[in-house]
Write a protein that binds this ligand. Structure first.
Ligand code: BEZ
Length: 210
C-alpha cells in the first residue's frame, strides 16, 4: 500500500492517447493521477469534464493530469465524445485503460469491500521528485472537489518552494504559517513582508509568492 513520501511507482500503460510511460509523461512536472469506477457513468462524466475545463489552472501550476479506469481504450474513446458533448469541454489528458488492473493494484485503487471489480475514486498528487504528496479516496457516489485539489497543490508548492505551511481552510492570498523548522530570529530575513508571533510555535506571514 502506498503512503505519503513513498515513490510513486512507474508504469507503462495503454491510454486514450496511446501507450504512455508515466515518468516520461510527467517529466519534471507535478502530477495528478486519479481513478474513477467506470466509463459511461454520471458522476465520473462530471469529474472528467471538470478536470478538462481546469486545464489552464493545472498548467499554471506545472501539473500534468492522468485518469484511470479498468475499462478499455475503445470504451474511453467513445465516452470522451460524451464528456466533451455534455460537459462543454475537450478532454485534454490521457485516460489509462487498466484492464489487467496492474496499475490499480500498485496504487491501491481497488477496495474489494467497496467494489469487487471497479476502482474507487483514488487521487494522488505526485511531486517532481516522484514522491507521493497527497492521497485521497472517495466513494463511487461522491464526486471530488477539484477546486480543493488545486488548493492542495498550491499549499504543497508553497511548502516546497517557500518553507511555509497553510492553516485550516486557507485560501490563496491569505496568511500562511512559518515552518516550525525556522527559528523565530531567522524569520525577518526569510520573510521580509513581515510576520506575527502568536505563540512561539505559531508564527504567520503574508503569502510569500503574492
Ligand atoms: C458514477 O460515476 O456516477 C458512479 C460510478 C459507479 C458507481 C456509482 C456511481
Amino acid at each position: 500500500m502506498l503512503r505519503l513520501g513513498d515513490i510513486a511507482p512507474n508504469f507503462k500503460a495503454k491510454t486514450s492517447n496511446g501507450e504512455i510511460d508515466f515518468y516520461d509523461y510527467l517529466g519534471d512536472s507535478w502530477g495528478v493521477l486519479f481513478s474513477h469506477p467506470a466509463d459511461y457513468t454520471p458522476v465520473c462524466t462530471t469529474e472528467l469534464g471538470r478536470t478538462a475545463s481546469l486545464k489552464p489552472e493545472f498548467d499554471k501550476r506545472n501539473v500534468k493530469v492522468m485518469a484511470l479506469s479498468v475499462d478499455s481504450v475503445e470504451s474511453h474513446k467513445g465516452w470522451i465524445n460524451d464528456i466533451n458533448e455534455t460537459q462543454n469541454t475537450e478532454v485534454n489528458f490521457p485516460i489509462i485503460a487498466d484492464e489487467d488492473k496492474s496499475i490499480s493494484e500498485a496504487y491501491g485503487m481497488l477496495h474489494p469491500n467497496a467494489s469487487a471489480t471497479l476502482t474507487v475514486r483514488s487521487l494522488f498528487i505526485i511531486a517532481p521528485d516522484k514522491t507521493v504528496k497527497l492521497i485521497i479516496t472517495y466513494p463511487a457516489s461522491t464526486g471530488r472537489n477539484f477546486q480543493e485539489i488545486l488548493r492542495v497543490i498550491d499549499s504543497l508548492q508553497l511548502t516546497a518552494y517557500h518553507s511555509v505551511a497553510t492553516p485550516a481552510d486557507w485560501k490563496d492570498g491569505e496568511d500562511v504559517v512559518v515552518s516550525p523548522a525556522i527559528k523565530t530570529e531567522d524569520i525577518p530575513a526569510k520573510f521580509p513582508k513581515g510576520h506575527k508571533v502568536i505563540k512561539p510555535y505559531l508564527r504567520t506571514t503574508p503569502q510569500p509568492n503574492k
